[in-house]
Design a protein around this ligand. Structure first.
Ligand SMILES: NC(=O)c1ccc[n+]([C@@H]2O[C@H](COP(=O)([O-])OP(=O)(O)OC[C@H]3O[C@@H](n4cnc5c(N)ncnc54)[C@H](O)[C@@H]3O)[C@@H](O)[C@H]2O)c1
Ligand SMILES: [Zn+2]
Length: 241
């Protein structure tokens, strides 16, 4: 049975990376942090960019390790059940857990690369952060001098069309669509649940808090993801043996 998933920040909280909107979320605690991932304020205000670079330097992703939920999804792939793993996360933990890069669709990009907003130059984030550590508080593009940011989708930016197509394809071509650790409030990502349902898939939601798609789900699992998802994956792999 081909399974596609949509994962969000909630799958990585057990790895020490806070989500945005959960009770311990970055924005719940500090609403101003949203400016550092909003394109207009980022481009307009050097102080916002300096704050963003400091936050990237200190980002918990650099020391985070995949948890049992990430590892379970690598198991699901090894069992031959994974159609695609669409993620809103930018932390790279699915790949580090052993999911194949060609199965992972990074809808919102990755923190592991930087991009120039003027000439689109992509460089490893580690290179830019080394410059921040060395004292450049808003390092310009080495090629054109333009503003750089993480290679992630900011509020006010469109998703990459090809990446979005791959995600829609994943939602359309599965029998089971599982949304894990996402508040399902950011579109178009959340709409993938609707795409899967329209195509006849069953929907399962694994999230501590209610989501707008709960009424349409076959099953809603509210237990902590680090325990609940490995159990659910075991159910799936045993059921198809
Ligand atoms: N790890 C990351 O890469 C990361 C972290 C924060 C934000 N983001 C970005 O920010 C956006 C946030 O949207 P989102 O919908 O992914 O996250 P969100 O913050 O909107 O929602 C996360 C949801 O996960 C639930 N949750 C958190 N920990 C849980 C746990 N251990 N067990 C069960 N449920 C848990 C919360 O209740 C919440 O509803 C995304 O687009 C993503 O790109 C990424
Ligand atoms: Zn440039």
């Amino acid at each position: 049975m081909p399974v596609s998933l949509l994962t969000g920040a909630g799958i990585s909280t057990a790895s020490g990376i806070p989500d945005f909107r959960g009770p311990q979320g970055v924005w719940t605690k500090n609403p101003q942090a949203a400016a550092t991932v909003t394109i207009d304020s980022y481009l307009a205000d050097p102080e916002v960019r300096r704050a963003a670079w400091r936050a990237r330097l200190d980002h918990p992703a650099w020391n985070a390790r995949p948890n049992a939920a990430h590892l379970a999804l690598a198991d699901l792939e090894r069992a031959g059940l994974l159609r695609a793993l669409v993620t809103q996360n930018i932390d790279g933990l699915h790949q580090r857990a052993g999911s194949s890069p060609d199965k992972v669709v990074e809808l919102h990009g990755t923190l592991h690369r930087a991009e120039c907003v003027s000439c689109d130059l992509i460089t490893p984030m580690s290179e830019v952060l080394a410059r921040v550590t060395a004292g450049e508080d808003d390092p310009p593009c080495p090629r054109c001098g333009g503003v750089q940011k993480s290679n992630t989708i900011f509020f006010g930016q469109d998703l990459d069309a090809e990446v979005l197509d791959a995600a829609i394809d994943a939602a359309r071509s599965c029998e089971l669509f599982v949304a894990v650790g996402t508040s399902l409030t950011v579109h178009p990502a959340a709409g993938l649940c609707g795409v899967a349902l329209d195509a006849g898939a069953r929907l399962v939601i694994v999230n501590a808090e209610p989501t707008p798609y709960d009424p349409f789900a076959d099953r809603v699992i509210r237990e902590p993801i680090g325990e609940a998802l490995p159990m659910f994956v075991k159910e799936l792999t045993h059921a198809t043996r």
